[in-house]
Design a protein around this ligand. Structure first.
Ligand code: C5P
Length: 233
């Protein structure tokens, strides 16, 4: 295991529009527990984190009802308009407690199925890596590129040989990640995960193969699937 401290950042400030639910998806329940509680307890029980910062929406009124809200390992801050703004806010909120070369693991609140074994694999694989990296899964389906029309027609079959799906957690050194996110934002670069910010700064994060069932709950059908996956381990 790495000798630098490990910190956990969980962006949970999204409103989950695609779920079409009456609350943000991290507050939907699986077996009567909030997705956010499942995610946080699985992560915090799997590795020796020095601390955890959860970014919440400014209008969030569900948090006080969570198990996590009474967990002394967890702190909260207010997130931002985009996921990357929420991650930046959480990193900033940790600034007084973290050393520049400490590791930060960023994990989507909406990925409750993350497996403890994958978390340990990520940390062990990257402990001596100069950049850091992310859990990812090789693409299994044949990929089609669509044309621009309203009724999409196939214009190309894309070679999937070197394509991976980016998952979370993503693990980078604190100062390098803060710097990369700031640079990407200043350049107007769209950043949907931490790796893309690091790549934009000229780094080459390592892909660490993780379980493909580390799904992000995004559309209503994912909720039952996540429940099934969680019932298996
Ligand atoms: O919307 P999406 O599925 O990409 O969100 C991924 C994660 O980022 C979720 O855990 C969501 O709560 C979080 N998020 C955030 N702040 C935003 C948008 C999304 O913390 N403004």
């Amino acid at each position: 295991m790495t000798t630098s401290k490990l910190w956990l950042v969980v962006p949970a400030a999204g409103i989950g529009q695609r779920m079409r639910a009456e609350c943000p998806k991290q507050y939907l329940r699986i077996d009567s527990r909030f997705i956010l509680d499942i995610t946080l307890s699985r992560l915090l029980d799997s590795a020796p984190f020095a601390g955890c910062m959860v970014a919440l929406n400014a209008a969030d009124h569900w948090w006080p009802d969570t198990e996590a809200s009474t967990d002394s390992r967890i702190q909260t801050c207010t997130g931002g308009a985009e996921r990357s703004d929420s991650v930046r806010a959480a990193l900033l909120a940790l600034a007084e407690q973290v050393a520049d070369d400490d590791w930060v693991l960023v994990h989507d609140a909406a990925r409750p199925c993350v497996h403890p074994g994958d978390l340990v694999k990520l940390v062990e694989t990257l402990s001596d890596h100069p950049v850091g990296g992310l859990l990812a899964a090789p693409v299994a389906d044949t990929l089609k590129k669509a044309g621009r029309g309203a009724n999409p027609e196939v214009v190309e079959t894309v070679d999937r040989g070197r394509l991976w799906r980016a998952l979370t957690p993503q693990m980078f050194r604190y100062a390098a990640l803060v710097d990369a996110l700031a640079r990407a934002q200043e350049s107007g670069q769209a950043v949907t995960d931490e790796s893309s910010a690091m790549e934009f700064s000229g780094n080459m994060p390592l892909l660490v193969e993780g379980r493909p069932d580390n799904i992000k709950v995004t559309v209503p059908a994912d909720l039952d699937l996540a429940g099934f996956i969680l019932s298996r381990f």
